[in-house]
Design a protein around this ligand. Structure first.
Ligand code: PMP
Length: 434
């Protein structure tokens, strides 16, 4: 009898569900919006994932963007192994922290000091605390559909898993924790200006994903980031670029370099750790020095600056530094995929809006232009579900949600890209027939 394609994954998921809420340790991994059960991974190598049923997938998630060079990247793995033999954590400073900080400061514009943490959530949570401590103000502006991790103050109108699961505001967050979170529309400077007029002296920070990646991929319209910069300077508010996704992905210097807009604080995650749990927040010395032990803003972490994570990060940043053509290549690969998919969808007369910035890309079915959360929400989730399942069947692993960006890795070859387009052709043929 032919074995079912996802049989072992299904068994593991049943087990996991008994022990782990929803069977997953982060909601975006669940297949709630695409149906079926998550596939369980056995290993990753380069551009490919191998699941427990021995299916192979071309990976367009890449640990949600962390793996710029693909899975099990040799120099990262090697440095982790070497460091592990010397100890996994000390809770005492190491030279590696200085080395990574230097690489960081050299790469990211307008940044003089950096502090390493263990996740993107910690980075954004700490950056907002620092902004509040620095300005002596309490309110922050966030954009509807942007996601900045799961700290209390961000869990209103969040993107990512919150959108996927239709949870606008999380339970368990006290009203007080979000009372100072003001909401604006992504790409609408008017909505931001209105809030500033209402609270001219109370807003500590505007936090934004410079390219939104948590409502699908949504680019900033021309002038939006520049306008935020202007408003923040006018009202003496700090502009925080949440570059957990875009950092070291759009460019070596992230969105500040890509869009030539200066932020006051920048938050990072994902690529900085090469797949290990790392985050970072950074900015000018006069702001960063408000942190304890120098200043009154407290922020700490037993495992922060972890030697394994630092060694992985150093290898990632060194690799980025060595490769002048990297971001051009990433742009070409993703533009190729975009163009090929566009003509394929046209051929099959399936209406779709494809958004792309650099190596971030996503599809919105049955949509015209997607520029904010409201337009992203109009996309046809049912068609995405069918497309996702079809692609999975064809050996292409996409993010299991219509509200997430795809992330390409440099490990993808021309053959992989062509295989992906062929897979999409097969899937669309089936969908159009049905
Ligand atoms: N900010 C952004 C822009 C993110 O995309 C994410 C996670 N995808 C976070 C913050 C939170 O990072 P983490 O999941 O590492 O806590």
């Amino acid at each position: 009898m032919k074995r079912e394609r996802y049989e072992n994954s299904r068994r593991l998921f049943w087990k996991a569900e008994r022990l782990i809420p929803g069977g997953v340790n982060s909601p975006v991994r669940a297949f709630n919006s695409v149906g079926g059960n998550p596939v369980f991974v056995k290993k990753g190598k380069g551009a490919y994932l191998y699941d427990v049923d021995d299916n192979i997938y071309i990976d367009y998630v890449n640990s949600w963007g962390a793996l710029l060079f693909g899975h099990a990247f040799f120099s990262v793995v090697d440095s982790i192994q070497q460091q592990a033999l010397l100890g996994t954590s000390y809770g005492i400073p190491t030279e590696a922290e200085i080395e990574l900080a230097q690489l960081f400061v050299d790469a990211v514009p307008h940044v003089e000091k950096v502090r390493f943490v263990n996740s993107g959530t910690e980075a954004t949570m700490s950056a907002v605390r620092l902004a509040r401590g620095f300005t002596g103000r309490n309110k922050i502006i966030k954009f509807i559909g942007c996601y900045h991790g799961h700290a209390d103050s961000f869990l209103v109108a969040g993107g990512s898993g919150l959108s996927t699961l239709g949870i606008p505001d999380s339970a368990g967050v006290p009203q007080g924790a979000i009372a100072d979170t003001l909401l604006a529309d992504f790409n609408s400077l008017d909505s931001v200006a209105l809030l500033f007029e209402q609270f001219p002296e109370s807003i500590a920070a505007v936090i934004v994903e410079p390219v939104a990646g948590n409502m699908g991929c949504v680019a900033p319209v021309s002038g939006f980031l520049e306008g935020l910069r202007k408003l923040c300077s006018q009202y003496q508010t700090l502009l925080i670029f949440d570059e957990v996704m875009t950092g070291f992905r759009l460019a070596r210097g992230g969105a500040q370099e890509y869009f030539q807009v200066e932020a006051d604080l920048v938050t990072f995650g994902k690529i900085v750790g090469g797949g290990l749990p790392v985050g970072a927040f950074a900015g000018k010395k006069y702001i960063m020095d408000q942190l304890a032990p120098l200043g009154p803003v407290y922020q700490a972490g037993t495992l922060s600056g972890n030697p394994l994570a630092m060694s992985a990060g150093i290898q990632m940043l060194k690799r980025i530094n060595r490769d002048e053509a990297l971001y051009r290549r990433m742009e070409h690969k993703t533009a190729y995929l975009e163009e090929e998919l566009k003509s394929l969808f046209e051929e099959f007369k399936v209406p779709v809006c494809i958004n792309r910035v650099g190596s971030m890309i996503s599809l919105f079915f049955d949509s015209d232009a997607v520029t904010d959360y409201a337009s992203a929400q109009c996309a046809d989730a049912g068609t995405f579900r069918a497309f996702f399942q079809g692609m999975l069947e064809q050996g292409v692993y996409l993010p299991p949600s219509p509200f997430e960006s795809w992330f390409l890795s440099d490990a993808l070859t021309q053959e992989d890209l062509d295989h992906t387009v062929e897979a999409a052709r097969t899937v669309l043929s089936g969908m159009v027939k049905n």
